[in-house]
Ligand binder design. Sequence first.
Ligand SMILES: C[S@@+](CC[C@H](N)C(=O)[O-])C[C@H]1O[C@@H](n2cnc3c(N)ncnc32)[C@H](O)[C@@H]1O
Length: 268
Amino acid sequence: MTSRISRALKARSWPILRAALAKGGVDAFVHHPDYHYVPDYYGRSAHKHHDIREEPIFGELASRVISDGRTLLYYDRLYTIYQAVSYVVRRYASTDVEMLNLAEVGVYKGGTSYFISSLLARLKCSRAALHGFDTFEGHAAIDIATENFQEPFHKAGMFSETAFESVKAYLEQFPYARLYQGRFQETCDQVRGRPFHFVHLDVDLYEVTRAGLEFFDEHLVTGGIIVVDDYGFYTCPGVKRAVDEFIEPRPHYLPLHLLTGQCVLTKA
Ligand SMILES: C[S@@+](CC[C@H](N)C(=O)[O-])C[C@H]1O[C@@H](n2cnc3c(N)ncnc32)[C@H](O)[C@@H]1O
C-alpha cells in the first residue's frame, strides 16, 4: 500500500507536492533505505552512482570495522583509503621495494588501521608494515593551545575513550601492524629513516598535522600518498591551515580536496 502511494506520488503529483512544501520551507525527499541527504552542491545524479558497499573486498572489510564500532570513518572516507592503499600495493609491492611502509597517525580505537591491515592481507602484500601512532589518551593539552594556533573546537583529553592494550589486542592477528604510544612529535623518531608509501593523517589539530606533514615529506617516496582527514571541516580549522601552509611552497604535491572531507596529497 505504502509503495503504491509512493509510486503514485513519484509519477504524478510528487514534483507539485515537493514544490509546494519547499515554498513553506520544508524539503521533502523520496525515502530510499540506506540514504541520507547531502548539500545541494552534489550533482542531482549522485543517486545514480553504483553502491560502493557492493564492491566485494571493500564492502566486506569496511562493513566489518564500521560494525565493530572501532572507526569514526564511514564508507565514503574508507573508500578513499581503499583506493590509495590498493594503488601503492599495485605500484610498489611487485617492484624491488624491500618493505612497503604505511602509517596511520591518529589510530584512536584502531578501526581504520584494522581496515588497512586486512586490505593488505587480502591483497596478499606480505612485505608491508603498518605503523600506527596515537597518544591513546586523546588530545594532549600541549597541542591544543600553542603559540602558532589556538584550537577553537578541540579540548585536551578528547578521544580518550580508547586504550593502547585494547587496540593492540584488536590488531593482534596482523603481525605487520605496530603501534607507537605517545605524541607523534615524540614517537616518530622510532620510524625515522624508513621510506613511506602511504600515510593516513587523522589527528584533527594544527600542530600535529603540521608535524606529520613535515616528517612524512622527508620520508615519502615519489608517488607516495598522504590522506589528510577533516580538511575543510569547520570543526578542524587547524588541519586546513596546516595543509595549505605545507603545500604552498611544495608545488610537486598534487592536492585533491575530496567532498568526503579528505585532502589527498600525492608526491610527484
Ligand atoms: C579523530 S581521532 C582518529 C580517528 C581514527 N583515525 C578512526 O579511524 O576512527 C584523532 C586521534 O588523534 C590522536 N592525536 C591527537 N594528537 C595527537 C598527537 N600529538 N600524537 C598522536 N596522536 C594524536 C587522538 O588521540 C585521537 O585518537
